[in-house]
Design a binder for this molecule. Structure first.
Ligand code: AMP
Ligand code: MG
Length: 651
């Protein structure tokens, strides 16, 4: 029989067209990974108590002594025989002779308490022979120099802690797998245990890969980015019981990377790389794995979103994982697929994530066939928690900081319909519903106004959803107010024409929109906006950068361009900053942005029109303390000065 299969795509230098031919489901990939790895705790080690904090016990601890080790007085008073006081009352006080001894903490009694006598004893002192109860000093009266009078009966055992009543010798004190915290350390110390057997933290080596990566603290050259995964993965490994050893970023060079991977594996229990897992040119780490040990790659391509390029391997019993390059993809795959294995190796129980149910107000489209994770911000609605999708795409790291948790869309679903009640896994142990919720168009000026609120302990959540998205959220009562900048072409008025019932407009500030270009560009210098655009259109080599449809800025650009669609027209980024970056980095020659952003990028600026950035306030939420605090801050001289300083003109 001839081999009818097409030759395997093995073009090492070109782009492999058969990327991820065998994508496994999340469940399949996990099952195969665990079957190949049999993850179990790395061998335990003995640690002094002081160094065991946060470790997991690798053996049960049995109490070697009784705690307390002897019968002990709980109060300051007198050790007595309860039978002597059976008849004591206000009318018939009992007189007891004092023994010639005072039992302090740490002093062993030497004389018995015989009938008709008592011995002075301090809290914590050992109860002397013969005594079976303690009478508080407050309930006695001196009677001459060597006796006391007592006017109430004492029950046997009164104010005595018996030996072993706290911890009994031979009792299982702590179980294997218990995480040692301060309370556990206290219990161990009480039993006199100085060393414990704990699961050794698995040593996990971390390598970032990519020619473009620069470590934080170093200078960012052109086309370089800061290594984010190195820092995140290192922290996440420590959070989950590993001893993280970050080995830096290695360029996409097969030889250097192989040497680094071999070194890393030789001295660790697990290796986590990130980047270079697509099966394209320059992506080399997955090819190296095959040479590092058996059985090699277990899964390359998992039906996750984000995170499809995840690569799971086992080399001579050690897990080797290549996380996708995009930081959010790296994080989701790490938490969903790797943490479980890491915790097993660290002898830790599975992580218990807190979950809440929340209504998702908008429809979320999802790719059929991939388990999808969507980050959400939680806000309080009229009828319970609301989960707002807050992802900016798998390349965005800030989505993590702004999100409270994530929801999962099943691989078999192609969408999550609006108003689904979804289960949200929290990033933190508790929901922290923000005091102030802002949904709409974001502006750097907003951060200046909310700064004093944060200092006053109010939590502010600002969700960037654009002006129209903000208005929709405000109408549904999902936020306190929506920052908007919408120009009505019919009336020539900003914002007011867009308000609906239940909303009122609070003036914010003005932002000067205009043409940004590089200083010294003769085509634009000393022209007004109309003339500058005419000049740009007259030069076929001149490239513009546009804005997205629906942006207030786009309306102004269209007004200047008329019917012209010059080179660069279809480059339509979604933010003022992206426009300035495109011009500053010579990818475009001009674009429309706001003055503060142009100036921050070192660009020249031709003013064109002042845009009104105002707040559509939900009237029903007006009296909330955080809302009041915001508008007080907005009106304050401090905010007005800060806004003016940043290039905005307070209304
Ligand atoms: P790759 O899988 O190497 O093609 O990377 C996919 C994307 O993630 C690229 O945009 C990389 O620049 C980016 N990336 C890869 N590694 C890192 C990292 N350690 N930190 C931040 N971004 C990264
Ligand atoms: Mg790369």
């Amino acid at each position: 029989m001839t081999n009818a299969k097409a030759p395997a795509s093995d073009n090492r230098d070109g782009i492999d067209q058969d990327q991820f031919l065998t994508v496994l489901s999340r469940e399949d990939a996990l099952a195969r990974f665990e079957a190949a790895l049999l993850p179990r705790p790395v061998p335990g080690e003995q640690r002094p108590l002081a160094e065991a904090l946060g470790c997991a016990l690798s053996e049960d601890v049995v109490a070697p002594i009784d705690v307390p080790p002897f019968d002990r007085s709980n109060v300051d008073g007198f050790a007595v025989r309860s039978a002597d006081l059976a008849s004591a009352s206000e009318a018939a006080p009992v007189r007891l002779r004092l023994n010639d001894e005072v039992i302090a903490c740490g002093s062993a009694p030497t004389r018995p308490v015989l009938s008709g006598t008592a011995t002075s004893i301090a809290t914590g002192g050992p109860v002397p022979r013969g005594a079976d109860a303690i009478v508080m000093v407050e309930h006695t009266q001196p009677s001459g120099s060597r006796a006391i009078e007592i006017r109430r009966a004492a029950s046997p055992g009164q104010f005595v802690s018996y030996a072993g009543s706290d911890i009994a010798r031979g009792e299982a004190l702590l179980r294997t797998g218990t995480i040692i915290g301060s309370r556990e350390i206290g219990m161990l110390a009480a039993c006199g245990i100085a060393r414990v057997s704990v699961a050794r933290r698995p040593r996990v080596a971390i390598i970032s890969t990519g020619d473009e990566l620069v470590q934080p603290g170093e200078r960012l050259g052109p086309a370089a980015i800061y290594d984010t995964n190195g820092a995140i993965v290192t922290a996440a490994i420590s959070e989950n019981g590993g001893e993280a050893v970050f080995l830096g970023a290695v360029p996409d060079d097969e030889q250097r990377l192989e040497a680094a991977m071999r070194n890393a594996l030789a001295s660790s229990d697990m290796l986590v790389l990130s980047g270079g897992t697509s099966k394209g040119a320059g992506d080399v780490s997955h090819r190296i794995i095959a040479r590092l040990g058996e059985p090699g790659i277990i899964a390359h391509g998992v039906a996750l979103k984000p995170g499809k390029p995840l690569c799971l391997a086992v080399c001579d019993g050690k897990p080797v994982i290549i996380l996708p390059g995009f930081p959010t993809s790296a994080m989701f795959t790490f938490h969903d697929m790797i943490v479980l294995v890491l915790r097993k190796m660290a002898g830790l129980p599975p992580r218990s994530d807190a979950k809440v149910t929340a209504r998702v107000p908008v429809r979320i489209a999802s790719e059929l066939g991939r388990t999808e994770f969507v980050m959400v911000s939680l806000v309080e609605g009229a009828d319970g928690l609301i989960a707002y999708p807050s992802g900016k795409g798998s390349g965005a790291i800030t989505s993590f900081a702004q999100a409270d948790g994530f929801l999962k869309i099943d691989a078999l679903a192609d969408q999550m319909p609006a108003n689904t009640q979804a289960e949200v896994t929290l990033f933190t142990p508790h929901v922290r519903v923000p005091d102030l919720v802002i949904v709409g168009s974001h502006c750097a000026g907003l951060d200046l106004v909310t700064a004093p609120l944060a200092r006053a302990g109010l939590s502010v959540r600002s969700i960037a959803a654009g002006s129209l998205g903000g208005l929709a959220a405000a109408r549904r009562g999902e936020c306190d107010f929506a920052p908007i900048h919408l120009f009505d072409e019919k009336t020539g008025i900003y914002n007011t024409p867009f308000l609906m019932a239940g909303l009122e407009l609070v003036p914010g500030w003005r932002r000067m929109q205009g043409i940004a270009f590089r200083k010294g560009d003769r085509r634009f210098e000393s022209l007004n906006a109309e003339a500058a655009v005419r000049s740009a259109l007259a030069d076929p080599a001149c490239i513009m950068v546009n804005r997205n449809q629906g942006a207030g800025t786009r309306i102004l650009i269209d007004r200047l361009l008329g019917d012209a669609k010059p080179d660069g027209y279809w480059n339509q980024p979604r933010s003022h900053n992206a426009v300035a970056a495109a011009v500053a980095q010579h990818r475009a020659d001009w674009g429309m942005t706001i003055a503060p952003v142009a100036h921050a990028s070192g660009l020249a600026f031709i003013p064109f029109a002042e845009e009104h950035y105002d707040f559509a306030l939900v009237t029903a939420r007006k009296q909330r303390p955080a809302v009041q605090a915001f508008f007080e801050a907005l009106a304050s001289q401090q905010s007005r000065d800060a806004l003016a300083q940043a290039g905005f003109r307070p209304a």
